[in-house]
Ligand binder design. Structure first.
Ligand code: C2E
Ligand code: SIN
Ligand code: SIN
Ligand code: FE
Ligand code: FE
Length: 498
């Protein structure tokens, strides 16, 4: 197992401090510049993980990570970002150079956790590469079988070709259910007249995925479907078909090939999902960077998310948009809502933190946080692929300041032109902005905020969104109280890390 970690900072004391907390669990190498780090990588690599400062003389951390990304794409890349580095952080995310950010000054616990996650990620990626190679190998050996068996009966040849096609179909099976379904259908097609079951244990969701074709008897061939970390499922096929014909040696060969492909495909689904979770973590790290600046907290993100959930469920109970608002959609909006202001990373401190009303010019810049956010998430979408919640986050960041009556920004679209998720976040965001302190305003009471929202029914906000909120306003107030920001907490944290 590769536990080699490279740490890079131009300040040796920082390296000493990091080395001290990590050296028990990892093999630490150090470098004091990007150039030196590349030399060390050449000599002592590949590394499971590299952790670098951004602000260094000569080569910046990002420049260094971009070179690392090209030369050793699997190595996990973590960057230490200071408060001044938001633009750099955004760029790094766009270019896929960074796996995670750590904000300076970083607490020991956060560093250890990030490194542990990052090394685990490296191992998964190395494992997945191995799986891909295995899949390739299975395909090649099938092709071999194909040629050596050329003189066998046509029907055996057709079945081998069918398995070969199956290995390509599996590439388009993007969930465990789809893998199970494709496998079961292929198997049923190849072995007509036999009952069969396929099942996978899905540990992340604590459930069993199962596909059945026909009644299964007591005489079955029971094949383990194995991935890298052991058995993840099984395939059972009747030994005798409905005319009493027993599985032949050739049949078993085909079945084995099918089972090994299904096992590999199921495993890469599991790994892909873990990778997606890592991606969520990266995007949230960035959202927190954005929010931390205007002295908002992780709790602000949580509250907005909770209010959205409350409103969405309320609308569904009122019979509105019931086709759209499924349980999965509610999960998506809860994940996506915290990203609504991600574009604020692109707004200068002088504007974002101004303790007074903005000038017209400043306001023009401020409004761009919607389009900056949309642009950022569009880039993430392009590199991460379509995740439902990311597409929704993209719409939300773009449209959360549009108004029902069309007087909002950035486009001035109105009514149902505004995506539903954005209409919901618009209200949740304003309720939270009103009830909390902002650099430019004191908090309002819950009652005043509710009165404002009621006033804006059908003007700023969709009336159905307002109704769902008003029916649940007591619960919103409870969430607000329960998840209130606690300045004392913050002081304690910064004293610890200072
Ligand atoms: P934010 O602080 O997260 O506020 C989100 C939204 O809550 C605002 O969107 C607005 O619709 C509502 N809101 C917040 N405070 C008030 C208020 O006192 N009265 C009313 N009626 N509504 C309020 P908006 O206006 O599009 O602003 C977007 C972002 O621009 C704000 O996000 C904040 O970061 C910034 N911003 C807005 N006005 C000022 C300002 O006067 N000074 C500074 N420094 N920033 C401002
Ligand atoms: C990345 O490493 O580029 C993003 C996170 C991941 O996909 O694991
Ligand atoms: C203000 O304009 O003074 C605050 C209200 C807002 O955020 O639009
Ligand atoms: Fe906003
Ligand atoms: Fe916000």
């Amino acid at each position: 197992m590769n536990r080699r970690v490279l740490i890079v900072d131009d300040v040796p004391e920082v390296l000493d401090a990091i080395e001290e907390i990590l050296s028990d669990s990892f093999e630490i190498h150090r470098a004091e510049s990007g150039k030196e780090a590349l030399d060390v990588s050449q000599r002592c690599g590949p590394f499971a993980l590299v952790l670098t400062d951004n602000d260094m003389p000569g080569m910046s951390g990002i420049e260094f990570l971009l070179v690392m990304q090209r030369r050793w794409p699997d190595t996990t890349r973590i960057m230490l970002t200071g408060r001044a580095d938001y633009a750099a952080a955004i760029q790094a995310l766009h270019e896929g150079a960074v796996f995670r950010f750590l904000t300076k000054p970083a607490e020991a616990k956060a560093v250890v956790e990030a490194i542990q996650d990052g090394v685990t990620r490296y191992e998964k990626i190395a494992a997945e590469r191995l799986l891909t190679e295995q899949l390739q190998f299975s395909r090649e050996s099938l092709l071999d079988m194909n040629s050596t068996l050329e003189r066998r009966l046509d029907d055996q040849l057709a079945r081998i070709r069918r398995i070969h096609e199956f290995s390509f179909e599996l590439k388009n099976a993007h969930t465990l259910d789809a893998v199970a379904k494709t496998t079961a259908e292929t198997c049923a097609g190849l072995f007509p007249g036999r009952g069969l079951t396929i099942s996978f244990e899905d540990e992340m969701f604590r459930r069993t995925v199962e596909e059945n074709h026909g009644e299964i008897s007591d005489h079955v061939v029971d094949l383990a479907l194995s991935g890298l970390e052991g058995t993840i499922g099984c395939l059972k096929v009747d030994t005798f078909d409905n005319r009493g014909t027993v599985l032949s040696e050739g049949d078993r060969e085909i079945l084995n090939a099918l089972a090994s492909l299904a096992g590999v495909a199921a495993n890469s689904q599991v790994l892909r999902r873990e990778r997606e979770r890592a991606q969520h973590a990266t995007i949230y790290a960035l959202a927190r960077l954005a929010e931390e600046r205007d002295d908002e907290t992780a709790r602000h993100l949580e509250r907005v998310s909770d209010y959205c959930r409350l409103i969405a469920i309320g609308m569904r109970e009122n019979g509105h948009e019931v086709e759209t608002i499924t349980d999965a959609w509610i999960e998506d909006i809860a994940l996506a809502a915290p990203l609504h202001d991600i574009g604020k990373v692109g707004i200068p401190d002088a504007i974002l933190l101004k303790p007074a009303k903005l000038t017209e010019v400043e306001w023009g810049t401020m409004k761009a946080h919607t389009t900056i956010g949309a642009e950022t998430l569009r880039n993430v979408l392009e590199s991460a692929g379509e995740l439902g919640f990311l597409r929704m986050a993209y719409e939300i960041s773009w449209c959360h300041h549009e108004r029902w009556d069309g007087a909002g920004y950035p486009r001035g679209i109105q009514g149902e032109e505004i995506p539903l998720a954005a209409r919901i976040v618009a209200l949740a965001d304003v309720y939270d902005a009103l009830t909390t302190r902002r650099p430019y305003k004191e908090p309002w009471t819950h009652e005043d905020s509710v009165a404002y929202i009621r006033e804006q029914r059908g003007a700023q906000f969709d009336s159905r969104v307002v109704d769902a909120f008003l029916q649940n306003e007591r619960r919103a107030d409870e969430i607000r109280a329960l998840k209130a920001d606690m300045p004392e907490d913050f002081r304690a944290t910064s004293e610890r890390s200072a």
